[in-house]
Design a protein around this ligand. Structure first.
Ligand SMILES: [Zn+2]
Length: 121
């Protein structure tokens, strides 16, 4: 991890201990909130946007009673989201989205998330 620089402020990205284990973050914290994960860099604003996108997205499948149904619906929701956003399934991860993509997710859920939302039981 030598010489990784924060894209936002140019300071070094260093390994840190967080509540959820080790992570890579900007040494300029707290004035800079950049964190690096396997999908790339993000700042606090982007991570907040992802959180809300996740909350919206999870509502699609969390209502199902059976674990299997939840899992199936979740997979299907990701597939439809990937189609809608014209991403490969592998790229379709909330953790890799920027704040604009997160807004697209939230709108997509509000509008009935593609064809799947109108499934009559
Ligand atoms: Zn920084």
């Amino acid at each position: 991890m030598a010489d990784v620089k924060c894209p936002r402020c140019g300071r070094a990205i260093i390994e840190k201990d967080g509540r959820f284990g080790k992570f890579l973050g900007c040494s300029g914290y707290p004035s800079c909130t950049t964190v690096k994960n396997k999908f790339g860099f993000s700042d606090q604003m982007t991570r907040d946007a992802r959180k809300w996108a996740h909350v919206a997205f999870d509502k699609i499948w969390q209502g199902e009673e059976k674990a299997q149904d939840r899992s199936d619906l979740r997979t299907k929701a990701y597939q439809e989201l990937a189609l809608f956003m014209e991403l490969d399934g592998d790229e379709c991860h909330m953790e890799g989205f920027d704040s604009e993509q997160c807004e697209v997710v939230i709108r997509w859920v509000k509008n009935g998330f593609g064809e799947g939302g109108s499934d009559a039981k």
